[in-house]
Design a protein around this ligand. Structure first.
Ligand SMILES: CC(C)(COP(=O)(O)OP(=O)(O)OC[C@H]1O[C@@H](n2cnc3c(N)ncnc32)[C@H](O)[C@@H]1OP(=O)(O)O)[C@@H](O)C(=O)NCCC(=O)NCCS
Length: 174
């Protein structure tokens, strides 16, 4: 398996992959493929953090990290949102999702980002070091259970003294 930056030639394959991956999921609007299209054209997009996992020339998995802000009155801290992550059904359970997450962490860290925030399954992400945002006094702007709101500090104390409400780019709401 090879993980690399997504290129424009991959867009169609990634669109179909995301559609396939979310098809049978319950907690989704089944429109993540359109979210990715909007985010690629947004100010929040970091091309280096749009990654594909290839197996024998086929794109088996995809992950995207985009810029978000943690807002506390006049204070703003830049962070990243992990959304979405998707692996084709036929490639599940082989560690591809996990490798994409860890590679995304590494590349984000190299680019100088200190943290990543996500909304996700409480049993999956803690394996990769994610903790509840609630423990940091950080809230997501959605009505969802606390255990699904998670973050990771990529560098020690990246979020020390940081608290507030996460502001997602407008493209998340269209
Ligand atoms: C989530 C997803 C990317 C994981 O990809 P993957 O390549 O199968 O993941 P890995 O092989 O690294 O890990 C598989 C492990 O995670 C568990 N797992 C996978 N998805 C899970 C989920 N939604 N909830 C709980 N556990 C999950 C599997 O049971 C398996 O556990 P095990 O290692 O104890 O056997 C993939 O299942 C997927 O595309 N799901 C649909 C899209 C989605 O829900 N994305 C996340 C929301 S943005």
């Amino acid at each position: 398996m090879n993980i690399r930056k997504e290129e424009s030639k991959d867009y169609k394959e990634v669109f179909n992959l995301i559609k396939n991956a979310f098809e049978n999921e319950v907690y989704t609007d089944h429109k993540e493929q359109f979210l990715v299209e909007r985010l690629r054209n947004s100010e929040a997009f970091v091309p280096e953090l749009s990654l594909v996992a290839e197996v024998d020339g086929e794109i088996a998995g995809y992950v995207l990290l985009t810029k978000i802000k943690i807002i506390n009155n006049d204070l703003q801290k830049t962070s990243l949102a992990l959304a979405p992550i998707a692996v084709l059904k036929k490639y599940r359970g082989k560690g591809i999702g996990g490798k994409l997450i860890l590679e995304a962490h590494q590349r984000a860290k190299e680019l100088g980002f200190g943290s990543i925030i996500l909304l996700g399954h409480e049993k999956y992400y803690p394996k990769f070091g994610y903790k509840m945002t609630k423990n940091y006094g950080i809230k997501l702007p959605f009505e969802v259970p606390d255990e699904n709101c998670m973050l990771i500090e990529l560098t020690e104390n990246a979020l020390k003294d940081v608290s507030g409400i996460v502001e997602y780019p407008k493209e998340f709401y269209e």
